[in-house]
Write a protein that binds this ligand. Structure first.
Ligand code: OMP
Length: 228
């Protein structure tokens, strides 16, 4: 495991720590694993931080569309799964337009199906027959992303990729790589991208005197991290 951490990644880590969106300690995850860190994207909720994070998502997407290897296919709709994906995807769709001249639609789901008015569980541009990029906060075992993929497919959309803020780089439910498992569902290698990975957090701690936090992070990596 090695990582060259970029200045924009350091800025995002430090911003996140300042508002407690990135915390070190002991946390029980949705998967039941006990983690020495937790990333709560819901706390990335000031105007300046939303601007920072949406710009990071948008730059990553713009570069990915032109990547020489495994580029992201053109897409029509940016989909933000409820709840935390909604504001992040809305802000990113706007920055894709204003800073990168990439005009895409925006859609999200409701957690509670609405049976009156326009009804249904999806909001935003229609996704029937559209190519969809899912934008989410964190991926661990891939449960949340799998739900979003099924929902979009059921509505007649084609998921062409997944972009997330933090890839925890953990072994998936089936004992393999979560990212590989999701790639397979979405259309092949290179269909999942992240702004930060667990290895970047470890690299940051290594550079900044991580002490006991770093030790615990390495222990967790040994237990659940991807050994590639
Ligand atoms: P999976 O569904 O296992 O991929 O876990 C992703 C979800 O877990 C996220 O959408 C969050 O609800 C939650 N989560 C975090 O928000 N931050 C973390 O650092 C870890 C988790 C988690 O529970 O694994």
């Amino acid at each position: 495991m090695s990582s060259e951490i970029q200045p924009y990644q350091t800025a995002l880590i430090e911003h996140s720590m300042q508002v407690d969106a990135l915390k070190f300690g002991s946390f029980t995850l949705k998967s039941g694993r006990i983690s020495p860190y937790f990333f709560n994207a819901g706390l990335l909720s000031t105007g300046p931080i939303l601007a920072t994070i949406a710009s990071a998502y948008a730059s990553t997407i713009a570069a990915w569309l032109h990547a020489p290897v495994h580029p992201l296919p053109q897409f029509d709709v940016l989909f933000g799964p409820a709840y935390k994906g909604i504001s992040l995807a809305a802000c990113t769709a706007m920055v894709l337009h204003t800073a990168h001249d990439i005009p895409v639609g925006f859609a999200y789901d409701r957690k509670e199906v609405k049976d009156h008015g326009e009804g249904g569980s999806l909001v935003g541009v229609p996704i029937q027959g559209k190519r969809v990029l899912i934008l989410d906060d964190v991926m661990t075992a891939g449960t949340a992303i799998r739900n979003a993929i099924s929902m979009i497919q059921a509505a007649g959309g084609e998921v062409v990729g997944v972009i997330q803020c933090l890839d925890r780089e953990e072994i998936g439910k089936d004992g393999g790589s979560t990212v590989k498992e999701v790639n397979a569902v979405v259309g092949g290698e290179g269909r999942v991208k992240s702004i930060l990975k667990m290895r970047d957090l470890i690299a940051y701690l290594e550079k900044n005197g991580g002490g006991e936090r770093l030790e615990k992070m390495r222990e967790y990596w040994e237990k659940y991290g991807l050994k590639d």
